[in-house]
Design a protein around this ligand. Sequence first.
Ligand SMILES: NC(=O)c1ccc[n+]([C@@H]2O[C@H](COP(=O)([O-])OP(=O)(O)OC[C@H]3O[C@@H](n4cnc5c(N)ncnc54)[C@H](OP(=O)(O)O)[C@@H]3O)[C@@H](O)[C@H]2O)c1
Length: 338
Amino acid sequence: MHRRFPARATALPVCSLALLLVSPLAASATGPETMKALVVSDGHLLLRTVPKPQPRAGEVRIEIRAAAVNPADWKMARMASRMGPTPILGLDASGTIDAVGPSVEGWKRGDPVIALVRPPHGAYAQYAIVPADFIAPKPRTLTFDEAAGIPVAGITAWRSLIDVADLQPGQRVLIDGGAGGVGSAAVQIAKARGAYVIATASARNIRFLRSIGADEVIDYTAGPFERKVKDVDVVLATVNRADALRAIATLKPGGILVSIVGPVPADRCAAARIRCSAPGSSGGQPAAPYLRDVDRLADAGKYRVSVERVFPLSEAAEAWTLNEQGHTRGKLILSVAH
Ligand SMILES: NC(=O)c1ccc[n+]([C@@H]2O[C@H](COP(=O)([O-])OP(=O)(O)OC[C@H]3O[C@@H](n4cnc5c(N)ncnc54)[C@H](OP(=O)(O)O)[C@@H]3O)[C@@H](O)[C@H]2O)c1
């Protein structure tokens, strides 16, 4: 199937993302110094043979086993020309260390890891170079497919709830969009923190959310959630700005609304006597401490990644189209063959 995605994001209807894939992963062999990668080129997503990147000082090379899909991937694709001629997208990876650059300590070839990867040298490839402070050990309790779903979702949820909201045991927290990548991470982190966790989802996800620790699940299709939820200390808004605005009514005075879907007007927050915030940019801050925090929860049996579906890397376009529909439970994973 030959499809192309439009160059501009703003005018796109939902589900309009279309991509061009020209060759299956197995179509041509790679040499020792080359690898297969999905590159964005002139509005198309192409499977290409490209040079295998070499680690510099402070970096490791990961042989990628799985990459996770994030909404940021297909959003970035529409602005890919700003990243250079043929960027490789993908932020989340799991795999094994394949080469270690000078001055890297504590890691060796073969170590299983998870990584936050940076486009334009992203995770949609057989190998990626990552600074050593952007990796952490793969949790023993999770498969490579599951572990690939940790970085963006886990870091975003951790920074929002712990760093920004300073969530405390016994506090009431509302996770709007509890079944998604960030939402399901947040439900588990909040539960592990000892909070009372309320999450929104459609009816098909009620049992799932209960299984990962939600104390209450509000079916958003049965009426506005703000009519059913009151007096929460913390809200994490992951669905859209309209929901974030409605969530103001669920907070008690002095509470905090953390939005990862755009800012909430300061006057609305002041009128409700709440604080409004966002996790903000990490500013290049090392991801490893966050990854290790989530690792610890996973290895303690308090954090898992629900994989809705695994696609081969060559079917990333289909995975993006599915994710863009907005109803992914947990994560969609791209399996990377070698
Ligand atoms: N600022 C940041 O740092 C940052 C970081 C990561 C992500 N984000 C953004 O945050 C958003 C969420 O990311 P994600 O990875 O979690 O997305 P995702 O995994 O694709 O989220 C899908 C989930 O949203 C739920 N959902 C859809 N409509 C809903 C509604 N009206 N009420 C409650 N739940 C609803 C779906 O549940 P049902 O199937 O039950 O509807 C589904 O489980 C995206 O816009 C992403 O770009 C921002």
